[in-house]
Design a protein around this ligand. Structure first.
Ligand code: SF4
Length: 355
């Protein structure tokens, strides 16, 4: 890897630096691979390299909360995505950097955006990485630009897991923030259909959905969506909404911490098969009032800290590799998704936050 190349960040949407030759990396992945300086708060370690395809024409979608949206009021689509900048590097350099830190990398994830070139380029990048490394590869797919044949081709190229970022818990909210409400191309039904096809092709437990808490859904809505995924054979990776600067929702508040903590606990219980969402009880505002389990069981689960760790794809060792340090909260004591096991002080804080 040339030092100059490693330190030069591309301008977003640079026509000379497009996928599949070039990719963007999350800042955390760039730090992990030595492309960017810095240490993680509390010495968190990332073991998944999150990559994002990149095109001069950008993303054709207009999701109201996304930093990559072509519809950003400042016309600066592409500057930030899930809270941080994504520097661009060549696939060759990324491959060399992974080889140099092979012991630290347990998974690689390739994220699409909504661009017709994504399907073929995802396949190409996945195949090249899998030919070089025995590291599992996840794909975060855009159902609007792929079909069942593409999913089959991705599996053949060596991917073992698929994520579908449904993000919104109800069809009305999905439409408002990703579909007709913003003049965007995405459809609720297409996302769920793609998730079903991915579970069918990759197997139960090898495909799942991303959901974002805090965009107007009730806790009951979110629990119903997560239960639907679980019934289909998938699992949920949970995010707390964080306003992207200059996105249409830049002024939208984050969800209250207590709401996020309750939903994290619900996700854990649902995905771990500890209870079923039909047993949950809600108050008149749709907030979780009971998980349908004895209090001492709930206390023990909270004390384990597990529900509050980042939910993400695992490595071969079965532990979460995609722990996305500080992807939806600033580094500091009020961590939303813990990228490591919460310690005793963290658990005390979590209990206070849950009230
Ligand atoms: S959890 Fe992480 S590795 Fe899995 S699909 Fe989502 S971003 Fe990719």
């Amino acid at each position: 890897m040339e030092p100059l190349e490693a330190s030069r960040h591309a301008t977003p949407n640079d026509p000379l630096r497009e996928s599949p030759t070039y990719l963007r990396l999350s800042l955390a992945a760039a730090m992990t691979l030595g492309f960017a300086p810095g240490l993680f708060y509390r010495d968190a370690r990332l073991s998944c390299i999150n990559l994002l395809l990149t095109y001069a024409s950008g993303c054709a979608a207009r999701c109201a909360y996304c930093g990559l949206s072509g519809e950003r009021p400042d016309g600066a689509g592409g500057q930030s995505f899930i809270r941080v900048t994504w520097p661009t590097h060549s696939l060759d350099d990324i491959t060399q950097a992974i080889a140099a830190r092979r012991d630290r990398v347990k998974r690689i994830c390739i994220s699409m955006l909504t661009n017709r070139r994504c399907a073929r380029d995802t396949e190409t990048v996945c195949r090249r990485l899998r030919q070089r490394f025995d590291i599992p590869v996840s794909l975060l797919v855009s159902p609007t630009v792929i079909d069942r044949d593409d999913l089959l081709a991705f599996k053949k190229a060596g991917a073992d897991k698929v994520g579908v970022a449904i993000d919104l818990a109800t069809p009305e909210l999905f439409d408002r923030y990703r579909g007709a409400g913003v003049g965007g191309p995405h459809h609720w039904d297409a996302y769920w259909r793609c998730l079903g096809q991915a579970i069918d092709i990759f197997g139960r437990g090898f495909a799942g959905a991303h959901f974002m808490v805090g965009l107007g859904e009730t806790e009951a809505d979110m629990c119903a969506a997560m239960a639907r995924v679980r019934e289909m054979g998938g699992n949920t990776h949970l995010f707390s909404f964080f306003p992207e600067p200059a996105s249409a929702l830049a002024d939208h508040p984050q969800p209250p911490m207590e709401q996020y903590r309750r939903v994290q606990l619900a996700r854990y219980l649902i995905d771990a098969g500890r209870t079923r969402a039909e047993r949950f009880a809600y108050d008149e505002a749709g907030r979780i009032a009971s998980y349908g389990l004895p209090g001492d069981v709930i206390q023990a689960v909270v004390a384990s800290g597990e529900p509050f760790r980042t939910s993400g794809c695992t490595g071969y060792d079965g532990t979460v590799a995609c722990n996305r340090p500080y992807a939806n909260s600033r580094p500091g004591p009020d961590i939303r998704n813990y990228p490591f096991k919460p310690d005793r002080n963290d658990i005390r804080r979590i209990r206070r936050q849950m009230r």
